[in-house]
Design a binder for this molecule. Structure first.
Ligand SMILES: Nc1ncnc2c1ncn2[C@@H]1O[C@H](COP(=O)(O)OP(=O)(O)O)[C@@H](O)[C@H]1O
Ligand SMILES: [Mg+2]
Length: 364
């Protein structure tokens, strides 16, 4: 019996696919870069999909970005994924680490409270007192482990750390070794082949401009953009929704209803309608990830409180509650969008009418 968990790591969730990709590598005699579990081509297929091998597509959008990311990881530079929240930076870094190192768990989460210890190492104090500074007493950070095992390390939200803490990485990345002065002669940990760093940074946080120039030079920057193609996004939201609801979820979800949700998100994100009319974009994050959570919450509402069919009315309730949490100006912007754009569409389309009426009902 396997105990259910809320979320599996990518290497567990996609274990079958990863195995097939390894087998395909072996069959074709593909060359593996030092320290990598799979060939760069296999890594690419894992992320972008391959019908023949039964590999699902996981990242939608800019395929060449994935290629460049893989090439960066082959080289001496680290990879820095920057972008708005919810653009799949974390997902991409997890998938890369799972496919390349078979382990996406060597992760440091950047916060205002991140210290040098979190990046390098700390001590088991009981052992430290008992036997002094030994390798046994040392508690390596995820980065320490990645260096010693030759694996990719993920550094999430790096710009949330104070810049002086970020700078601890400079010497680690340029010298590819960690010094542990307490261990004396033996205190030198060289990084094994396969080690590299994937960092992510949100443009809404403190931002990358405060990162030191010296550290910036150790990374190749890639900007991850929101999905532009609405068909893609509808597809993605539908698929994620099905996955989150489970295989035989008794909620009926029509493509057109998700289409409406994606249109609303894309228009508010872009500050312009499909027809090209300018509207005021809210400050709230209108990412695909948010669209998925709105759809998911709406589907649960439909299942437990409705008739098992997801309609634009549930979406309207979730959208107002979830996305426009605490910003009065955003509420005004949404109101303007409703009155000028949605009202017009509601005259001609039943789904838009349902959405409009529900929003209006909540507002009045
Ligand atoms: N281009 C995309 N391709 C696939 N999934 C995406 C894409 N953009 C957003 N998503 C969805 O959004 C979710 C949240 O992404 P996440 O990696 O947490 O974003 P970030 O780290 O950029 O804030 C992903 O797990 C995925 O479901
Ligand atoms: Mg993230």
């Amino acid at each position: 019996m396997v105990t259910p968990v809320l979320r599996q790591a990518a290497e567990q969730l996609h274990a079958d696919e990863l195995q097939r990709l390894s087998a395909a590598d072996q069959q074709s005699g593909a060359e593996l870069p030092p320290g990598w579990l799979r060939s760069p081509r296999a890594v690419r297929r894992f992320i972008l999909g391959d019908e023949a091998l039964g590999i699902s597509r996981k990242f939608y959008g800019d395929d060449s970005l994935v290629d460049r990311a893989i090439v960066t990881l082959l080289g001496r530079q680290g990879l820095m994924l920057v972008g708005e929240p919810g653009t799949a930076k974390s997902m991409l870094s997890e998938l890369l680490a799972a496919a390349i190192s078979g382990d996406s768990q060597l992760t440091i989460q950047g916060t205002a409270g991140t210290t040098e210890d979190h990046i390098k190492y700390s001590w088991n104090y009981a052992l430290l007192l008992a036997e002094g500074p030994t390798l046994r007493a040392l508690v390596g950070s995820p980065l320490y482990q990645g260096m010693s095992q030759g694996k990719l390390v993920r550094f999430e939200e790096i710009t949330r750390c104070p810049p002086e803490i970020q700078d601890v990485l400079i010497s680690l990345l340029s010298e590819k070794q960690m010094m542990i002065p307490e261990l004396g002669e033996a205190g030198q940990l060289p990084a094994r082949p396969g080690f590299n760093l994937i960092a992510t940074a949100n443009l809404r946080d403190r931002g990358v401009h405060e990162m030191s120039a010296a550290l910036k030079r150790r990374f190749n920057f890639e900007t991850v953009r929101p999905i532009g193609d609405s068909e893609f996004e509808v597809e993605l939201v539908l698929r994620q929704l099905q996955r989150e609801l489970g295989e035989n979820a008794p909620v009926k979800v029509e493509r057109d209803v998700i289409g409406l949700l994606v249109t609303v998100f894309q228009e508010l994100r872009a500050g312009s309608t499909r027809e090209g009319t300018a509207i005021k974009a809210p400050e709230a994050v209108m990412s695909t990830a948010e669209a998925v959570s709105v759809a998911y919450a709406g589907a649960l509402e439909a299942r437990y409180f409705g008739d098992g069919r997801l309609t634009p009315a549930e979406l309207a309730r979730q959208l107002l509650g979830v996305v426009f949490k605490d910003n009065r100006d955003d509420a005004k912007r949404l109101r303007h969008y409703l009155d000028s754009v949605v009202r017009e569409r509601a005259r001609r389309d039943a789904n838009w009418k349902c959405f409009f009426d529900a929003c209006k009902g909540l507002w009045d």
